[in-house]
Design a protein around this ligand. Structure first.
Ligand code: 4AD
Ligand code: MG
Length: 432
């Protein structure tokens, strides 16, 4: 019996005969030799077919293979320093599973619209492969870190009765018996209930924003990781945020160096991401902007220009705290020393990648929370359950949301968020 294996573990089978199941990435010929580059999802390997070493049928077969044809290939593993991955396969036999039709994605340059229309196939190419493997690593590392720190996974619902992050970006859908439901903008409110039940929880799931903005940094469906902790103040989640982000980066540097190489990502840009992260207040950020000739009015949230300029001053993520309360969501706690400020934080990634984390201490006082709901024109009934958390054993608590795609795009050094998720949803795109 010949052992079936995968490209990522082929190094264990030097000088042995193995079978690889995969797809033809590309091929070239030279006289009596055919070079097939085969990918199997775990990596790519060059398979060498020499005319005198295979049956005439097998050799003839190689000339019929088209890009992305599926095949089962048997051969002997050799060390070859010049090959991608350091090994190649000396082929003895090939079984074709399917000869692929003319593949739409060829080595020539395609425009982004074409590639996005073919996202289901584009996923097979080397760069997309590297990005999505890094995404998988980021999520695994986040869970590993939070689990180790005593957080438990607490899944929040997607269909919700009310807004969390303002009513302007809500996706509405019909629910039964003339009710309305909204796609969740954030699992936070439910995570707060979880924190009161379990102490430390995190949600990880898709969240939705009906953003009418067409930017590189906005998706209408994106994944968010939201830790929430009872008996935690702003200070506590600042250190959680810097530890978590550093851990994610370190984990990718350790386990995904090949992928970073494929993306041409400079490692030094990531190696500097170590705690402590610089911390500045909103007011200090205004000074920083002023020094760079940007006169930003107090009370306005920052936009892309401001975020970019601020983040470019630092070699690691910067944490901006104490924004004007008026710009922020209803649930944020105001600073007892400066009630016009929120006990909140935005973490901006370096190199102009923008906000990767938004978080805060939560308003834990029943009456103040009622006032804040009213100020934000939010109805009280759908939030009764949330108010209960302030009626029964309310404690200081805090949390944040980390945008998975923003974090992955920054770590990978890619321009657009649309490549940081398998199937992006944007203003003008819901296909495929
Ligand atoms: O700052 P945001 O809106 O915060 C919240 O939703 C809080 N409820 C989180 C919490 O405290 N538990 O969003 C958090 C993060 C942002 O920093 C950004 O990384 C990402 O989610 N994000 C988006 N990512 C892609 N596309 C969008 N349209 C995004 N909106 C926010
Ligand atoms: Mg935010």
């Amino acid at each position: 019996m010949v052992q079936t294996t995968t490209v990522d573990t082929i190094g264990q089978f030097v000088d042995q005969t193995v079978t690889i199941r995969g797809w033809l990435y590309s091929k070239r010929s030279s006289g009596k030799v055919r070079f097939l580059l085969i990918r199997d999802g775990t990596g790519t390997i060059q398979a060498v077919v020499v005319k005198n070493e295979v049956s005439p049928a097998t050799f003839a077969l190689t000339d019929t293979l088209t890009q992305e044809s599926s095949l089962v290939t048997t051969g002997t593993v050799h060390v070859d320093a010049r090959s991608p991955g350091g090994h190649e396969l000396q082929v003895s036999d090939i079984t074709v599973v399917q000869i692929a039709e003319d593949y739409p994605i060829t080595p020539k340059e395609h425009g982004p619209a074409f590639l996005l229309d073919h996202r289901h196939l584009w996923l097979r190419s080397a760069k997309q492969h590297a990005i999505l493997r890094i995404r998988s690593q980021v999520i695994e590392a986040a869970r590993e870190y939070l689990n180790r720190e005593g957080f438990i996974l607490f899944d929040a619902p997607i269909l919700t009765p009310a807004a969390c992050e303002g009513t302007t970006t809500l996706f509405e859908t019909d629910y039964f018996y003339d009710e309305k439901a909204y796609l969740s903008q954030s699992g936070q409110l439910y995570a707060e209930a979880g924190a009161m039940a379990f102490g430390k929880v995190y949600t990880l799931g898709p969240t939705f924003r009906a953003e009418k903005s067409k930017t590189r940094r906005h998706l209408t469906e994106f994944w968010m990781l939201e830790p929430e902790a009872a008996f935690a103040e702003l200070e506590d989640i600042l250190s959680l945020a810097e530890q978590l982000v550093s851990h994610l980066v370190r984990s990718v540097l350790t386990h995904k160096s090949e992928e970073l190489k494929v993306l041409g990502r400079e490692r030094s840009k990531l190696e500097s991401v170590l705690p402590p992260f610089p911390r500045i207040t909103y007011d200090e950020a205004l000074d920083l902007l002023r020094q760079n000739s940007i006169d930003h009015e107090w009370g306005e949230d920052f936009g892309t220009t401001e975020d970019t300029l601020i983040s470019e001053q630092f070699d690691r993520p910067v944490m901006i705290t104490h924004y004007p309360l008026q710009t922020k969501a209803f649930y944020m706690k105001s600073d007892p020393d400066r009630p016009d400020l929120a006990l909140c934080v935005d973490v901006l990634a370096p190199e102009g990648y923008g906000e990767i984390i938004g978080g805060s201490q939560r308003e834990d006082d029943y009456n103040k929370l009622l006032e804040r709901l009213a100020q934000h024109d939010l109805p009280r009934e759908p939030f009764e359950w949330y108010l209960d958390l302030r009626r029964y054993g309310s404690v200081p608590h805090s949390g944040f949301g980390l945008g998975i795609e923003r974090t992955v795009a920054w770590i990978c050094g890619i321009q657009h968020l649309r490549e940081a998720i398998p199937f992006p949803r944007m203003l003008q795109r819901i296909y495929p």
